[in-house]
Design a protein around this ligand. Structure first.
Ligand code: GLN
Length: 486
């Protein structure tokens, strides 16, 4: 049952083969049993979840069920959740009980889904390994000596270990796709502006985007149906007609043009990852797709550009955490200034401080033109590269991450090495495009490999179709880590 799709859970619920309270109880039991080893959840509120499940059972009984009604979903701890501790992985918010729901949480509530817990994450979503969390690292369920990726590592681990049927994530530079790849699950970062950022703790507002993480593309489509939608409370939310992301899943792929950027298949990529990605592309050819070589000449600039822009935005966004209105306040201080200083010094971790320092530096008088403005110009060029490439192809493919999951501690003392694990994902955020990762096999040490699928703006339905057709003929997405089998 643990491996069931969201649709299968929904069918079981509708047929009264199981109640939402029973289903939620099963997943809670599993989460409680596995969490001490994996550390995927920061908060589990058994009673709150079960109450929500009982309410869902009443909706089902009354015939008002929708596709996700009664299904337990884990929420990344970056989404404000009314009455729940919402920490964003930081000591700064370690005492913050949110008084309101993020738009994403509201939407899942309205759909009748059950919140099964808040997942661990890198502090303020800054990281690629979950090691910057104030709550300690998450373990990769395929190998507990490896990282799960980040920053949505708790969500990725929870889905991979079947502690939750699906989860939410956010992606500023790869945080849905990279942990999905490293944990062998599926995840999609939608086009910027499709999912409301209201109530999602801000890291780099022009890049942040929420999205679903699940076992399969079909599940992602159902989740995206709930998550996407216009919201007046987010000034960059897109006002578009609602779409059904399930509608194209079954379309055959004959004639699909897959663009393979020559800059992606270079020496930086490990052989084991390249092998699995090439095998997946061969499978796509069998499904009737054609491949064309494309070029994204500014790929190399994406990491440096991101590490100017993201810290700049973060330094501004994080200035709200001052110990005055909410969050941590230093117990001892002399005056207001000292209180600000001590609260921030005591409650932010090293990576967050590093970003604030870089961000303030690149925004300061005299450096603004040299760094920030230059980076903005390059961001434009990176977006134009994709626009050129999409003249020759419908979809772009490559590896999600240059390596499989690395060992805990392997990169934590070398920020630049850590930053490079997002070399393929970051440009997609800079361009505002949708990107996804699906599992396509295993590499060194039997750790999962992800295929990166990048679409043009608003082509989520097509991307999900492309992923689903592959998942119809392969079973990588159905494989479960040994330690979490029933
Ligand atoms: N790993 C990248 C960073 O540390 C991206 C994180 C994210 O997407 N939130 O900033």
């Amino acid at each position: 049952m643990l491996n069931s799709s969201l649709k299968q859970f929904s069918t079981l619920l509708a047929a009264k083969k199981i109640s939402s309270a029973e289903l939620t109880g099963e997943f809670l039991k599993r989460s409680q049993a596995l969490n001490p080893g994996y550390n995927a959840f920061i908060t589990i509120n058994e009673e709150t979840s079960l109450n929500q499940a009982r309410a869902a059972d009443m909706i089902i009984a009354s015939g008002g069920a929708r596709p996700l009604t009664g299904i337990p979903i884990a929420q990344k701890d970056i989404f404000c959740t009314k009455g729940w501790l919402t920490t964003c992985g930081s000591k700064m918010l370690s005492n913050f009980i949110s008084p309101y729901d993020a738009a994403v949480v509201e939407r899942f509530n309205a759909a009748g889904a059950v919140n099964i817990g808040k997942t661990n994450m890198d502090e303020f979503a800054m990281g690629s390994s979950n090691e910057t969390s104030y709550y300690g690292p998450v373990r990769n369920p395929w190998d507990t000596t490896a990282v799960p990726g980040g920053s949505s590592g708790g969500s990725a681990c929870a889905v991979a270990a079947r502690m939750a049927p699906a989860a939410t994530g956010t992606d500023t530079g790869g945080s849905i796709r990279q942990p999905a790849a490293l944990c062998g699950i599926s995840g999609i970062k939608p086009t910027y502006g499709l999912v409301s950022r209201y109530g999602m703790v801000a890291f780099a507002s022009s890049l942040d985007q929420g999205g679903p993480m699940a076992k399969s593309a079909e599940d992602l489509a159902l989740m995206l149906n709930v998550m996407a939608g216009f919201d007046t409370r987010d000034s960059t939310s897109l006002q578009r007609e609602a779409e059904d992301y399930v509608r194209e899943l079954e379309k055959p792929l004959a004639g699909l043009r897959i663009g393979l950027p020559k800059e992606y298949f270079v020496k930086e990529i490990n052989d084991d990852v390249a092998r699995a990605v090439e095998a997946a592309i061969a499978e796509y050819r069998k499904l009737g797709a054609k491949t064309v070589e494309v070029s994204l000449p500014n790929t190399k600039l994406s990491v440096p550009v991101y590490y100017v822009l993201a810290p700049a935005e973060a330094s501004s966004n994080l200035s709200r955490f001052d110990g005055v209105r909410y969050g941590y306040r230093a117990p001892k201080y002399i005056d207001l200034d000292d209180m600000y200083r001590k609260s921030r010094a005591q409650a932010f971790g090293a990576e967050v401080k590093r970003r604030i320092l870089i961000g303030t530096y690149v925004l300061s008088h005299g450096y603004y033109d040299a760094y920030y403005i230059q980076a903005q110009k390059l961001r434009r060029l990176i977006a134009l590269d994709f626009a050129e490439a999409f003249k020759q192809c419908d979809i772009i493919m490559g590896p999600t991450s240059p390596t499989v999951a690395f060992d805990l501690g392997e990169k934590s003392s070398d920020p630049v090495q850590m930053y490079l694990s997002d070399a393929y994902t970051i440009s997609v955020n800079l361009a505002g495009l949708p990107g996804m990762s699906i599992p396509v096999g295993f590499g060194d040490k039997n750790r999962p490999v992800g295929l990166h699928i990048v679409g043009n703006y608003f082509t989520e339905a097509q991307m999900l179709n492309v992923a689903h057709q592959y998942q119809r003929v392969t079973d990588w997405h159905m494989q479960m880590p040994a330690g979490s089998q029933e």
